[in-house]
Every structure is written in structure tokens, then in C-alpha cells.
Design a protein around this ligand. Structure first.
Ligand code: SAM
Ligand code: SF4
Ligand code: SF4
Length: 407
């Protein structure tokens, strides 16, 4: 799919296939049937998913939402802006050394905004900037301004470890960032150092304070709840969040990517979290809505609201509308997906917007992922033990890591 004139919006499926076949050097006398083009696209994008090129009617509205094989819409997109990080949380980056995504492969902000534009035309309306540590990417506010120019994007949020937040909160707010989530697993400086390998607790606190001062109204604090590590701090974290008018969300520890220290007995389950908090506050009442949101929210008897993301014990795959794009433009349809779709290659080769949208649409339409549910099923038959990806594989492919996929 080399560069060329953009495809006219009214182009139909047959014309689109001919054009793709032409660009892929298919001889002129070979008819570009749907199955041939599907096979070529699959080969071209080098991923194991079955890509179905469906008929593209000239009248079809490409802005309509696309749904996958389970009827889940393409809704929110996590966009990693870097795979680098200034912390080394031992549930995410336990290794002494990492293979990084080559710098020349990292997408520019313009390329990211272009990709987001294609996703937005297919139903994505929420973007979450993540990493690695997203604030390590210079001038992140510029990306936010670019994304904000897209009228289909209703929300741009950020997940950060908070270390650099105080330096940037004001400019991020002015650029149009809607929401900030700070990951915070402990309130004890020594524990923080032990967990992250860095002595940055006080800077994270400054970051949280700066968010409150800047004017962001819906600060969230994400805490990975780990048995034997921070179960004695759940109440303190609820109180801390209250102080900053934030909402804390407890995330169950997941066996994703480089979480090689994961084991089932370290998972502080939703039930255990509720049990612990009820001893201090009384029974928490679940709030009705969850929808496509990963968190189940609860209200304590004193009115405080908090959330739990029970990805390990009560997976929400059935309603999952999220996917993620890594800093080098690999698109993963599931946090646990072993491989992704390379969007950078066609983007840099000059694929037209229609071709890009068609790839995204057809790949999502074929999506069957439900990684967390599959893990749960393994557990039921006693086959789930520790992190499932061998360290050598992680070294071969940095995309398998949580810090590349962005959580
Ligand atoms: N560096 C930023 C941060 O920590 O907020 C953004 C990227 S980080 C990969 C995104 C989220 O994934 C964080 O809230 C982190 O706690 C969470 N996370 C990483 N590894 C995890 C694991 N094994 N289980 C559960 N959550 C994890
Ligand atoms: Fe910790 Fe986030 Fe960095 Fe992972 S990417 S090591 S969770 S700060
Ligand atoms: Fe979605 Fe995959 Fe997570 Fe399930 S495991 S909720 S399908 S990202």
C-alpha cells in the first residue's frame, strides 16, 4: 500500500479491493476477490487474526459504530505515548533491564492524532493517554491540543504515576485534558520506594495536590491491591482520596505481560477488599451502573464512593469496548492479546484514510478476545498458576509488556 491519491469517499468494495490489490502488486489479470484481498491484508499486516474485507457500500456511513463478534462496540482507546518509565513497580517492570521500542518507530503526535481520527470515525470517543509514563513524553500538552481538535472525541484522559505531574498539571489542564488518574499503591514512603525502586513518593503527593489546585474536578486514584503488600492500607487510601475529593479504585493484580511475580495468592480479590473495608466502614452498597466501565462502584455508609476493578476474579470482557495502541502504532484488541496489528506501517506508507478505516473496521469486526475470562476459565480447571509469558518471550517482544500496552 504505497503512497498515492486518496480513495474517494464514494468508492465501493470492489473498487477498494482493486486498489489494494494494485498496491500490493497483484497481477492485473488476477481478480481481487474478497478472500484473496483478505489473505493479502492478513499477510501484509502480519497478524494471526482473520481479516475479513466486507463489502464497502458507497452509501455506508463509516462514522457508524462498528461492533465485534460479541456485539461489543469500538468505544475507548488507550494510547501509549511512550514505553519508557521513571519508576520500576515490581508488578509491572520487575526486571533489571528492558528492550525498548526503537526511537524511530515511535509515532509523532501528528501520526497519533491521525490514527485517533480513523478510530473516532468508527466509534471511538474516549482517549486515555498512558505509557510507560506518559509525562516523560515532551510537550504532551501539544498532543492533547491536537486530539481536542477532533469533534468526535468527547474525552481525553491521562493515567500517570504522578512523579512529573506537578510540573505539568496547569498546561495539561489548559490544553483541554478532561481527567487525570494517578496510580498510587501506598501512602508509606518506604513502601513506595520498595515497590517502585525509586524515592519519589513526595513528588507524587505534590502531583496529586497540583491536580486539585489546577481545577480538574474528577481525580481518580488507581491502587493495585496486592495481598501481603498493601491490604493494610485500603482504609487509609479511601480517606486519602476523600481528602482530595478523589475516587479511589482498587485494581485486582493481573498476570499480564511482565508481571512475572504474579501468583493467584497475591490477588486481593473484590470480595476480600469489600470485606476489609466493611470492617472499618460498614457494608458497601454496589452502585447500579457499570456498563463498559471496568470499575464496579460502591457507596460506603458515610456516602464515600470508591471503585473496584476486579479484572482477575470478575472479568468484564463481555462489555469490553477498549483497545490499545502502543507508542509505535501497534494495535492490541485485548490487554492479553499475544499479537497486535501494525498500523504504523500502512500509515507511514501512505495508506488512504479509507484503507486505514477499513482495516480497523474489519479487524474489530472479527474480534473475539476475552483474555481475562479465558484466564478465569483456566483457573476453574486448576491450570492457572503464575504469569503465563516466559521471560525470554518478553525480551523478544517488548509489546507484550504492560508498560508498552499502557494497562
Ligand atoms: N505509568 C503510568 C501509571 O503507572 O499510571 C501509566 C501506565 S501503567 C502500565 C497503567 C496502569 O496499569 C497503572 O495504574 C498500573 O498500576 C497498572 N498495572 C500495571 N501492571 C499491573 C498489574 N500487573 N496488575 C494490575 N494493574 C497493573
Ligand atoms: Fe509503574 Fe506505570 Fe511505570 Fe508500570 S508504567 S512501572 S505501573 S509507573
Ligand atoms: Fe477487554 Fe481483554 Fe481486558 Fe477482557 S481481558 S476486559 S477483553 S482488554
Amino acid at each position: 500500500m504505497g503512497g498515492g491519491t486518496p480513495v474517494a469517499d464514494g468508492e465501493n468494495g470492489t473498487q477498494l479491493r482493486s486498489r489494494i490489490a494494485q498496491r500490493l502488486d497483484v497481477p492485473k489479470d488476477v481478480r481481487p476477490t474478497p478472500s484473496l484481498v483478505a489473505a493479502l491484508v492478513e499477510h501484509y499486516f502480519d497478524h494471526p487474526l482473520r481479516v475479513i474485507m466486507k463489502e464497502t457500500s458507497p452509501h455506508r456511513d463509516l462514522a457508524e459504530c462498528v461492533t465485534d463478534t460479541f456485539g461489543r462496540p469500538l468505544g475507548s482507546l488507550r494510547l501509549s505515548v511512550t514505553d519508557r518509565c521513571n519508576l520500576r513497580c515490581n508488578y509491572c517492570m520487575p526486571e533489571p533491564e528492558y528492550v525498548w521500542i526503537p526511537r524511530e518507530d515511535i509515532l509523532s503526535f501528528e501520526e497519533m492524532a491521525t490514527l485517533v481520527g480513523y478510530f473516532a470515525e468508527l466509534g471511538v470517543d474516549k482517549i486515555r493517554l498512558t505509557g510507560g509514563e506518559p509525562l516523560l513524553r515532551r510537550d504532551l500538552a501539544r498532543l492533547i491540543r491536537l486530539l481536542r481538535q477532533n469533534r468526535r472525541i468527547t474525552e481525553v484522559a491521562l493515567t500517570t504515576n504522578g512523579v512529573l505531574l506537578a510540573d505539568h498539571a496547569q498546561e495539561l489542564y489548559e490544553a483541554g485534558l478532561d481527567r487525570v488518574t494517578v496510580s498510587l499503591d501506598t501512602l508509606r514512603p518506604e513502601r513506595f520506594r520498595q515497590l517502585t525502586g525509586r524515592d519519589e513518593f513526595s513528588r507524587v503527593l505534590e502531583g496529586i495536590e497540583s491536580v486539585a489546585k489546577t481545577g480538574f474536578s474528577n481525580l481518580k486514584l488507581d491502587t493495585v491491591a496486592i495481598r501481603g503488600f498493601n491490604e493494610d492500607e485500603l482504609g487509609a487510601l479511601v480517606e486519602f482520596a476523600k481528602h482530595y475529593r478523589a475516587e479511589v479504585r482498587f485494581i485486582e493484580y493481573m498476570d499480564v505481560g511482565g508481571a512475572n511475580e504474579w501468583s493467584l495468592d497475591k490477588v486481593l480479590s473484590q470480595d476480600m477488599i469489600l470485606e476489609t473495608l466493611s470492617r472499618r466502614y460498614g457494608r458497601a452498597i454496589p452502585l447500579p451502573e457499570r456498563g463498559a466501565a471496568p470499575a464496579q462502584r460502591f457507596r460506603l455508609p458515610d456516602g464515600t464512593i470508591f471503585g473496584i476493578i476486579p479484572s482477575t476474579t470478575v472479568p468484564f470482557c463481555a462489555h469490553c469496548d477498549r483497545s490499545r495502541v502502543t507508542a509505535d502504532g501497534m494495535w492490541y484488541l485485548c490487554l492479553y492479546a499475544p499479537s497486535g496489528v501494525d498500523l504504523r506501517k500502512p500509515l507511514r506508507l501512505g495508506a488512504s484514510s479509507m484503507e486505514m478505516r477499513e482495516v480497523i473496521r474489519s479487524v474489530w469486526a472479527a474480534r473475539r478476545d476475552r483474555g481475562a475470562e479465558e484466564r478465569k476459565a483456566l483457573e476453574r480447571v486448576g491450570l492457572r498458576s503464575g504469569g503465563l509469558i516466559h521471560i525470554d518471550r518478553l525480551r523478544e517482544d517488548p509489546h507484550l509488556e504492560m508498560h508498552a500496552r499502557g494497562g
